[in-house]
Design a protein around this ligand. Sequence first.
Ligand code: TYD
Ligand code: MG
Length: 457
Amino acid sequence: MAKGKKTVYFCQNCGYESAKWMGQCPGCREWNTFVEETVSPFSLGKTVKKNTEIPKPVGLEEISLTEDSRKSSRIEELDRVLGGGIVQGSLVLVGGDPGIGKSTLLLQMCRHLADQKVEVLYISGEESLRQIKMRAMRIGNFDGHLKLLCETNLGNIRELIERKKPEVVIIDSIQTMYDEEISSAPGSVSQVRESTNVLMQLAKGLGVTIFIVGHVTKEGNVAGPRVLEHMVDTVLYFEGERHATYRILRAVKNRFGSTNEIGVFEMRNDGLQEVKNPSEFLLEGKPEGSSGSVVACSMEGTRPILIEVQALVCQSNLGIPRRTAAGIDFNRVNLLMAVLEKRAGLHLGVCDAYVNIAGGIKMNEPAVDLGICLAIASSYRDWVIDDRLLAFGEVGLSGEVRAVSMAEQRVQEAKKLGFEKVILPRVCQKFADKVKGIEKIYVGTVKEAIGYIAGRS
Ligand code: TYD
Ligand code: MG
């Protein structure tokens, strides 16, 4: 081996570095993800050496922020997740499972940008020009000019960007790119890191906006996007169920906006379509007149989303009752069942329970708690809950229903979708009362909420 080079083991999932091979990664607890890679100790020095001049600090007041430092992608859902548009000179990582629609989304964005006369360069290391053209034809008409390139050598890409200075560059995908000076294979942790490093310097130095596609991989022989999450400005994850047609774009990190926003899309034959009203979409097919189903409300960023919580509770035949949760945290469901047992007198200890958010969407907001509790109680007692009733509120360990943020917007959304009654925390009364034309039932405890549905079923 050449002098000055050494090998280390990297976890391909999270980038954890170790001098020796390990079966389980101490960083992310994944098994069998360590791969040996050669690193040269001077790889960092190389990039620093180029700037021989001494850097000059700038005063804060000297930096000008022009109004148009954000561009619209003309895809509203994408703009919102990005925090109000594409920021000039930012580095955005778009992660997701293979085949989820990352290339399609970015190509659609390129189309709208090209229409606005923005210079866009789409670099693909995965598909041939013909394949991209075929995809573009499915999406629709391209009026503006879009420049494409099939290339995986980062040195060439860097030179091209430095010479042509396009405004927006797409790198599809980072796992196919390689730097000649690094001996490990494309997709390994050191390649992915070094490539991102080069792209970051280009973005910051030239003010080019760069979108990086990163595949989430389960096998562990290709580095996942988590390795570079900390290096980029914005991390977006594109997720969805394989069998469902909708896709959710979620911001996990955003230096230019909030991270709670989600964008909802539907994968059609002619590309991704925006879903402007996700609640309607998610409540489609809700069963009528069946127990164990209730509509809850979760705030995703600035947007309230109504979802159906389903529960099935039945007598267990096993020593330890079986419980599952889909779309919500399993431990949260266990906790809420304990609260129901202790504070509302439901004997759930001997019951199997299956709790599910319909549509395969994942929700983590505590405001869904009350919905989960009511769905469980409804299934346990076999009460049918009114279809036009919505419930939200956080449930505490003493069985109290606690305040949640933005109660007014939630009630407003319920009214807009034709709901007639809302069960909500009593402490939210002064906000919720501002919305007229919908019946509000204020509750202080879960027991009260269950008492209300008991009287009406
Ligand atoms: P793609 O964008 O290639 O996924 P990724 O880049 O994340 O790997 O999406 C490919 C999938 O989307 C593929 O299964 C075909 C489907 N698709 C449609 O259903 N409609 C379309 O208009 C397009 C372009 C793709
Ligand atoms: Mg792709």
